[in-house]
Design a protein around this ligand. Structure first.
Ligand code: ZN
Length: 498
């Protein structure tokens, strides 16, 4: 009998069930945002805490140490997949073992209910009603970070959950590299003599959703392994053979619906594109939030907002809507990419998006370090916003209450959005070399060469490589901010005739 081979097999069988339970937990979250009756929030918080308790017990199960030790000693050098599985399981075990079960359950319960408190506070523009819940979430996350960091930096410990290998210092350096060129570009664009028209017209919700489905199909979304529903904040959820997306319909602002849809399709296609041999294993999902966001962003922006693809979109719009102000495809392209002053990160154009993220990055670092207390958060947000964007916040739902993240404890998550943009810039440069006729295909609404290249070079690997490794292998160079900034300057200087 080969005991050593058994250790690996037993470990993977145990892990497969843990992964399946993790998918169930994720589906409870999906349901909470799409289907759950309003009065079920309290019970849902208990359900989330209960499944988190089960998951935590499995992630810290005493048998894991013995299985891991044996499997690590025997996995052969050439078995890259086996080694990667063990690396992920070891990492999860080490991390979970540092967190008391009580804290893991408390975090699940408190963040589930704080999300509801945040939604009510945002709807009524009442920051004060949210602050006690936020204070509780931050206290628990700091406690968790202290368990994980073991004397190291608290915020770095939280980043590790979303972007293994990244640190506040490395992300800060990325922002320092982006900021001057983005601010200069924004200034030039906002002061340009030519300003694209805003989209005007009537766009009913049925027509918006019909085009949203066409766009999802055009980007290769597999309807047999996914579905599209409505949510206040669009998101995607699930892995393997069940990766769902959501979007929203804003009256007479169809771009909100359509580009949210394309964005979430990018996330879902990443999950659906992972090698099916990895299903319900640690390799069976996107490797990090930054790499995830690189997929959603390249679908949404570099591909979806390109001159070629918007020309195709305009044709589809004309089949559905008759009354709107697009003179021709060039004017429509400029309208889609219009840069204007605004409060909301998720509605920000490509030029200003990362400036919104920098604000959050600095504020949440201060919240986690203790340099900023919750009572001063709104004032700190408003001061920083005025300094960075040049005009004051008019109401909390346009300011500190606009994002769900902090209510659900996602500290360290925001910077991965910008990292994803940086990666998308690198991938787009490499994609352009690999698919010389990219624009010709995109102009026909045919994304198959582009999305096929991304699936082959990024998506199918799942968790096999580290985040930076998968991008470096796909691009053939180490990721840096240059390609993104070059792309933005070239694109927006052309649109704004600078
Ligand atoms: Zn995203």
């Amino acid at each position: 009998m080969n005991i050593r081979a058994n250790a690996f097999d037993e470990l993977m069988a145990f892990q497969r069930r843990t992964e399946a339970l993790g998918q169930i937990s994720g589906r409870l979250g999906w349901d909470q945002e799409t289907m759950m009756p309003r009065a079920a929030a309290g019970q849902r918080a208990e359900e989330m805490a209960a499944i988190e308790g089960v998951l935590h017990a499995r992630r810290t199960d005493a048998r894991l140490e013995a299985w891991l030790a044996e499997a690590e000693a025997t996995v052969v050098t050439g078995d890259a997949v086996g080694q990667a599985q063990l690396r992920h399981i070891r990492r999860s075990f080490t991390r979970a073992s540092k967190i008391p079960a009580r804290l893991a359950e408390e975090l699940a319960r408190v963040t589930s209910s704080a999300q509801g408190v945040w939604a009510e506070a945002r709807a009524s523009n009442d920051v004060a009603t949210f602050l006690p819940a936020l204070r509780e979430v931050i206290t628990l996350r700091r406690e968790e970070a202290a368990c994980l960091a073991q004397g190291g930096d608290l915020y770095d410990a939280l980043i590790e959950d979303y972007e293994p290998g990244a640190t506040a210092a490395s992300l800060g350096a990325m922002f320092d590299g982006m900021r001057p060129r983005l601010i200069e570009l924004r200034g030039a664009v906002l002061e340009a003599a030519y300003q694209p028209e805003a989209l005007e017209g009537r766009f009913g919700s049925d027509g918006q959703m019909k085009i949203a489905r066409e766009l999802a199909s055009a980007f290769g979304y597999d309807w047999d392994r996914g579905r599209l529903d409505l949510a206040v904040h669009p998101f995607s959820s699930g892995s393997g053979s069940d990766a769902r997306i959501t979007t929203r319909v804003v009256e007479n602002d169809p771009f909100n619906c359509w580009y949210s849809t394309i964005h979430e399709v990018g996330h879902a296609c990443y999950e659906l594109g992972v090698d099916e041999d990895y299903a319900l294993t640690p390799l069976g999902q996107g490797v990090s939030m930054g790499v995830h966001e690189s997929q959603s962003r390249i679908y949404e922006n570099q591909l979806g907002r390109s001159r070629a693809f918007t020309g195709w979109l305009l044709g589809r719009m004309r089949t559905q809507f008759s009354d709107f102000n697009a003179r021709d495809a060039d004017a429509f392209y400029a309208t889609v990419n219009r840069v204007r002053a605004g409060y909301i990160r998720t509605e920000a154009d490509e030029v200003q998006y990362n400036l919104h993220v920098m604000l959050r990055f600095d504020l949440e670092r201060a919240l986690i370090s203790g340099d900023l207390v919750v009572d001063d958060l709104e004032a700190a947000w408003n001061d920083r916003f005025r300094a960075d964007f040049g005009f004051p916040v008019d109401k909390p739902s346009n300011g500190v209450l606009q994002d769900v993240h902090w209510s659900v404890g996602l500290f360290g998550y925001f910077p991965t959005y910008s990292l994803g943009n940086l990666y998308a810039g690198c991938l787009h440069q490499a994609l352009g070399k690999a698919v010389p006729d990219l624009d010709g295909q995109m102009a026909q609404g045919d994304t198959s060469a582009a999305t096929g290249w991304l699936r082959e070079n990024v998506q199918r690997h799942g968790g096999l490589y580290t985040p930076r490794e998968v991008i470096t292998r796909a691009c053939g160079f180490e990721p840096h901010e240059g390609p993104l900034l070059d792309y933005l300057e070239e694109k927006f200087r052309a649109i704004y005739r600078l």
